[in-house]
Design a protein around this ligand. Sequence first.
Ligand code: CA
Ligand code: CA
Length: 185
Amino acid sequence: VQGVQGQRGDQGEQGLDGERGGQGAPGESLVYHAITPPDPAHLNLDVVDGVPSAATTSADPLPGSNEGVALVDPFHLDAGTYLVSSTVGFFDLDNNDSGGPEYGVMKIWLCTSSEVTSCQEPSVGSLWTADIPDDATNGAQQSGTILLDVPTGGDWVVSRAVVRGGTGTYQAGANVIVTRLADGS
Ligand SMILES: [Ca+2]
Ligand SMILES: [Ca+2]
């Protein structure tokens, strides 16, 4: 004859932790952003003054030549892969009569320091606007996104702007947004 079932025993001790899983792929994250600060001398538009003109057929801005002006400060990136999005706006608030079209141009280089003289062609990105309006009020704007591979050791991102086909000086501003897609090796 089967006897009565005995009582259930006490719960055992908790086992050891399992091994930690492998590292996941890095997520996309904002690593840098900047915008030209407002200029009280120009209705608080986000512009810098004194953007130089250049010949329509030139390759300006060029390091060591007609370098143009910076619309945003240089910044450093560690090795990795990034998306760099930028928008530029150019204005002719002095109503310069150039006798022809005035094209806003901004170039971006990867450089060994924050000085534009450390930069080399070719640029890693460039933006061209259509003709800047001649009503001394409205702007010509362009935006773009590039995939940027920064090599081991990191680099500086330096950008400069000119107006090709213009005369005198102009006003322009930019923003830049940098997100990391992958860490460098
Ligand atoms: Ca003009
Ligand atoms: Ca124009």
